[in-house]
Ligand binder design. Structure first.
Ligand SMILES: Nc1ncnc2c1ncn2[C@@H]1O[C@H](COP(=O)(O)OP(=O)(O)OP(=O)(O)O)[C@@H](O)[C@H]1O
Length: 324
């Protein structure tokens, strides 16, 4: 299937200063693809080149090298633009308008015909949970309501690709969840969502794939679960492993901590937390068999994952140290 976005060897050098003598290489040969139907996070520290990438995809900045394609078309091509919806970080809608009035004006500017606007605007307001606030001016909206109004605006032209800049920044946890649920619904409908964000815990909850830019270069891209999985390491919570059994298992099992008291009775055994590092699945099952034979009661065993934030810091930090 054709990617929603593909960029190859993409470069952007800004020139500024006297005689445009100062050059900043904002994108330095970036190649990546965004599959259709994915929620994709574009990540990177300040100045990494994320906004520049978004501007090129929106056709408002030009690449100085390489190429970008949206559904196979150049970003400036009207056929590509028609398929894209955009929610900027600072949208600043005129706040003396109500949400339907704002959507009507933006829809008009986007060339959505009168009769389609009349039908679509109430549908969109319902979809983003603002139908009850149709009479209210935007000046009285909370940050979460404003972001949902912005999302409705970005969906006015029924885009196949939605580009969102920090969609949940400043929104409270309930509002974040509401926005997340809308994005997941859009994904179910086969839409592609590209999120440019610093809020890694949010990205982790909603995105399936990410790309990490640093200093204009793509440093990692892939599925979040695969990127954050710590190779064959498990946390095991169980009753204390007898010394002899633990010695027999050697380096595979390490004590981490006392996990909790198992029950309230004085005779109940404490639960311990161990970290288990088997070579493969057979090794993991061998550990479990040995423990069960030794009378150990297993409470839980789960694979260890880094948070996306830990992963991000690991990936970006060494390069930041080098570049200062
Ligand atoms: N119009 C411009 N003229 C000159 N340099 C620019 C211009 N726009 C961006 N840059 C520079 O290009 C680099 C990448 O900027 P960009 O805004 O794309 O990064 P970003 O990842 O979006 O950062 P942030 O997270 O802070 O928004 C930075 O060094 C920035 O200073």
């Amino acid at each position: 299937m054709q990617p929603a976005v593909s960029v190859s060897s993409l470069e952007k050098t800004y020139r500024s200063g006297v005689f445009r003598s100062r050059a900043v290489r904002a994108l330095d040969g970036v190649s990546m693809t965004i599959p259709p139907g994915s929620i994709f996070g574009l990540l990177g520290p300040n100045g990494a080149g994320k906004t520049t990438m978004v501007k090129i995809l929106l056709g408002v900045a030009y690449a100085t090298g390489g190429e970008a394609r949206l559904f196979g078309h150049e970003p400036g091509d009207p056929v590509a633009r028609e398929r894209v919806g955009y929610l900027p970080e600072k949208h600043d809608f005129p706040d003396f308008l109500t949400a339907p009035q704002m959507l009507n004006i933006y829809g008009q500017m986007a060339g959505v015909p009168d009769e389609i606007r009349a039908q679509r605007i109430p549908e969109l307001l319902e979809r983003v949970g603002l139908d009850h606030a149709s009479e209210q001016k935007l000046s009285g909206f909370s940050k979460g309501m404003l972001q949902r109004a912005g999302l409705a605006q970005a969906l006015l032209n029924e885009p196949d690709l939605l580009i969102l800049d920090e969609p949940t920044d400043g929104v409270d946890p309930v509002g974040r969840r509401e926005i997340r649920d809308i994005l997941l619904e859009l994904k179910e409908e086969g839409k592609t969502v590209l999120i440019n964000s610093h809020l890694l815990s949010e990205v982790e909850k909603v995105c399936t794939e990410v790309a990490i830019l640093n200093d204009g270069q793509l440093v990692r891209t892939g599925n979040i679960d695969e990127l954050t999985a710590v190779d064959r390491t498990y946390t095991l919570v169980c009753t204390a492993i007898p010394n002899g059994t633990r010695a027999a298992l050697g380096n595979i099992v390490h004590v981490s901590s006392v996990a909790s008291q198992n029950g309230s009775g004085a005779d109940e055994a404490s639960l311990q937390r161990y970290s288990v590092h088997p070579e493969d699945r057979a090794g993991l099952n061998h550990v479990i068999d040995r423990l069960r034979n030794a009378g150990v009661e297993i409470d839980s065993i789960s694979p260890v994952r880094q948070t996306l934030e830990d992963y991000f810091v690991d990936v970006v930090k060494p390069q930041q140290t080098v570049t200062g």
